[in-house]
Design a protein around this ligand. Sequence first.
Ligand SMILES: Cc1cc2nc3c(=O)[nH]c(=O)nc-3n(C[C@H](O)[C@H](O)[C@H](O)COP(=O)(O)OP(=O)(O)OC[C@H]3O[C@@H](n4cnc5c(N)ncnc54)[C@H](O)[C@@H]3O)c2cc1C
Ligand SMILES: NC(=O)c1ccc[n+]([C@@H]2O[C@H](COP(=O)([O-])OP(=O)(O)OC[C@H]3O[C@@H](n4cnc5c(N)ncnc54)[C@H](O)[C@@H]3O)[C@@H](O)[C@H]2O)c1
Length: 457
Amino acid sequence: MRHFDLVIIGTGSGNSIPNDATSDWQIAILEKGTFGGTCLNVGCIPTKMFVHTADQAAAPANAKKLGVDAHTDAVHWPEIRDRIFNRIDPIAEGGRNWRANENANVTVYEGTAKFVDDHTIDTGTGETITADRVVIAAGSRPTVPDIADLDTTGFHTSDTIMRLDELPESLIIVGSGFIASEFAHVFSSFGVRVTMIARSNLLLRHEDTEIAERFTQVAKAKWDVRLQRKTTRAEKTATGVKLHLEGPDGEETVEATHLLVAVGRQPNTDLLDVTKAGVELHADGRIKVDEFQRTSRSHIFALGDISSDYQLKHVANHEARVVQHNLLHPDDPIKSDHRFVPAAVFSNPQIASVGLTEEQAKRQGIRYVTASQAYASIAYGWAMEDTTGFAKLLADPATGQLLGAHIIGPQASTVIQPLIQAMSFGLDARSMARGQYWIHPAMPELVENALLNLPLD
Ligand SMILES: Cc1cc2nc3c(=O)[nH]c(=O)nc-3n(C[C@H](O)[C@H](O)[C@H](O)COP(=O)(O)OP(=O)(O)OC[C@H]3O[C@@H](n4cnc5c(N)ncnc54)[C@H](O)[C@@H]3O)c2cc1C
Ligand SMILES: NC(=O)c1ccc[n+]([C@@H]2O[C@H](COP(=O)([O-])OP(=O)(O)OC[C@H]3O[C@@H](n4cnc5c(N)ncnc54)[C@H](O)[C@@H]3O)[C@@H](O)[C@H]2O)c1
């Protein structure tokens, strides 16, 4: 049986661990799917390439209010799809070849790995190996909800919807989180009729409520949004799919040519038989880790979607850097920093957030003040004729330290960055607002004004 110094399961963020400093370790990398993992192949990168294209396709519709007649003449789905994947697929293949053929100390096993015991792994290729240390970076996969007859419909998940042969005529999206909101924007901008089915009374309900309410209001004007609906049954039809729903007004059905299910992602622990390694799990199946990314077996580390509170690439990458350091320096380990984890929803409008929502601050009994600033009240907002976007801040009234920041509107994911920086480095709101110049009349004046609006003690 071959023995390794280190086994890494999963080639998303886990693949960034081997570097020059580990060149004298014998390392096995185990991957059951496409090299590079979710973000590169079916996640962040292709979706944002579609979102940017969708932003271009949707732009003419907004030009009218600026006095410009413009029109999107055609959307060439095969060209858009192929531009995106002809860039991504060679990167995945190149990464695989590099590890498999050009890293002398790395052996790649392409199969579904399973633990035999805490030092022994069946690679799923017919070979079982042993290791001193193991990194579990096996990610998550789309959750398939328990809807009667769903399996007969040929439904899609985020893993398949981006590689369709043709642009759908119409699309039902079950779910109302990140993936649902981003794909609703993409497909509706390309001219597809979109229906969104949400269980609760708000889309993106994990966001600050005022932000979720505004997003829901804007979404209702663009898409057929069905709130407070339970999907009881799915049915394949001659032209696509029909869903049977129960809602506040009783039973109803909705039909479309295509169905996308986007109701969350589950950790891949079940595929790995991790309990055979004696690794402890949370109730939702994620692997329990300490602040050093160590599992309950100290020679086994975990990172990213399979263990994290955050299913975000920048978090998986951060945790991979921590694991890399702790593997190299076991006597001087570092902790993961999850104090201020930002996230953005790349829909239209965009949303970005960091820190506490107002509801969380209330629940935690934290003393806070809030301030908001509308894009419509800053000069660049006038230029864009934006009527729905705003920034909302939460701060400690005594110290001026920011507790949370939430932005809905153009370029929210970029505009929020100075607030993330201020929170990470402990810069108070007043110093931040008045201790620097803000370029006039640029979009970050939204942040400057929101900071000045905070009613601090
Ligand atoms: C549609 C979509 C859009 C997203 N957009 C964003 C975004 O804009 N920004 C953002 O921050 N995050 C985004 N995310 C989330 C982000 O992609 C993930 O948080 C991140 O990729 C997780 O990285 P990871 O390394 O933990 O797992 P992964 O990248 O999923 O890697 C895990 C790897 O392990 C392999 N594997 C699993 N089980 C086994 C096994 N038993 N044996 C061998 N190999 C195995 C898998 O095949 C996979 O390649 C998005 C996700 C999706 C689905
Ligand atoms: N821009 C980004 O950073 C980005 C983009 C896409 C995905 N992601 C990550 O991937 C994760 C998964 O995305 P997602 O959109 O699938 O999950 P999500 O957790 O964002 O949203 C899932 C939604 O589905 C709802 N839901 C659950 N079960 C349901 C059911 N049976 N019927 C109807 N609705 C149901 C939930 O209430 C929730 O609103 C996200 O949590 C996020 O961390 C990030």
